[in-house]
Write a protein that binds this ligand. Structure first.
Ligand code: SF4
Length: 338
């Protein structure tokens, strides 16, 4: 049996101090890390519990941005009055993920850092996985790859990011605040969500832009700029399933014309996928399926399927068309007029 040291951080400074110890990993809800530890995928020597480090608040800042603490539970975020009113896209994405029990434990930071559900990564019986054992190969490329990437993959890894929350945050253009490392505790580094998750390239073992010793302290949401939204998740069963494809859409309408569009795709790449040129195609015109089809084709340009997941290329385009239509026809969001 392996011994693990468990320590509880009093505050952020204490957390960063404890996190500098060799073999330390931060833990909050533990919904992903503990599963990976049970399976032998993760083997931390020390667990630093940040659940009582004072990172559990949601509040509006003087400039109108909203701050979500790193350890706020996903269910608390989804049901917070200001989030429901101003960021209903985020509420909808969160409630489409996992189960109520898991959402009651999972946290903001943990959701962003959850690891891929590629079965060759989560099962140590397989001896080829570059993400788990760099240099060993990628079993998914020639094996079962129904849930895998169609965009942004590399020879080394074709895994996808499983987070629904991250897809909504990508459309919202959130900023991830990280402390530790050079940033220290008082001056968090600001990482736009678009730069937070990485494409796999030759180093798929590194999921994010977090540097050694850094810890997510919060996520900042810009003041709401859109008045229509929709989150569409296509999956194999109605609940407790990861997305085959998901689409987060935000629109700002003036009369019947779309003035600003944000579209993020999930379930298709190692990170939420946005294509600004495709979003621009939706702007300056009334919403229509024809325009959405052209924008969807632009979003999927360069897509490449494997043995079992070719269907995702067409599925993603149809999902985009439907999600934009649903957003355009949705009731105006209360917070979207800022
Ligand atoms: Fe491992 Fe990535 Fe290949 Fe899955 S897709 S087996 S996570 S290297």
């Amino acid at each position: 049996m392996e011994s693990i040291y468990y320590e509880r951080a009093r505050d952020l400074r204490h957390a960063l101090q404890l996190g500098r110890q060799p073999g330390a990993r931060y833990i909050a809800g533990g919904t992903n890390l503990l599963d990976l530890m049970k399976g032998g995928v993760e083997r931390p020597m020390r667990l630093v519990d940040i659940g009582r480090a004072g990172l559990d608040q949601i509040f509006e800042q003087p400039d109108g941005t909203m701050r979500l603490g790193a350890t706020v539970r996903n269910s608390d975020t989804a049901n917070h009055a200001l989030i429901r009113e101003r960021y209903p896209l985020l509420t909808r994405a969160l409630l489409s993920g996992a189960s109520p029990q898991l959402r009651n434990m999972a946290t903001t930071g943990g959701n962003l850092l959850q690891r891929t559900r590629c079965p060759y990564f989560t099962d140590t019986a397989f001896d080829k996985c570059n993400k788990r054992m760099p240099g060993s190969g990628c079993a998914a490329r020639e094996g079962y790859n129904r849930i895998h990437a169609i965009l942004g993959a590399s020879d080394a890894c074709i895994a996808v990011n499983p987070s629904d929350m991250s897809v909504a945050l990508a459309a919202l253009e959130a900023v991830v605040l990280v402390a530790g490392g050079d940033a220290g505790a008082d001056n968090p580094r600001r990482v736009p969500i678009a730069d937070f998750h990485r494409l796999p390239g030759a180093t798929p073992q590194q999921d994010t832009a977090l540097r050694p010793g850094e810890l997510i302290v919060a996520v900042e949401l810009p003041a709401p700029r859109h008045d229509r939204h929709h989150y569409l998740k296509v999956r194999d069963r109605a609940s407790y399933a990861f997305a085959l494809v998901s689409v987060a859409v935000l629109l700002r309408m003036e009369g019947r014309v779309v003035r600003q569009a944000r579209v993020a795709l999930g379930g298709v790449a190692h990170k939420p996928w946005r294509v600004p040129e495709a979003e621009a195609m939706l702007q300056g015109v009334p919403p229509s399926d024809e325009v959405s089809r052209q924008a969807a084709a632009r979003m999927l340009a360069g897509a490449n399927g494997y043995r079992d997941n070719q269907f995702k290329i067409e599925l993603a385009q149809r999902a985009i068309v439907r999600a934009v239509r649903e957003a355009a026809e949705s009731a105006e969001s209360a917070g979207g007029t800022a």
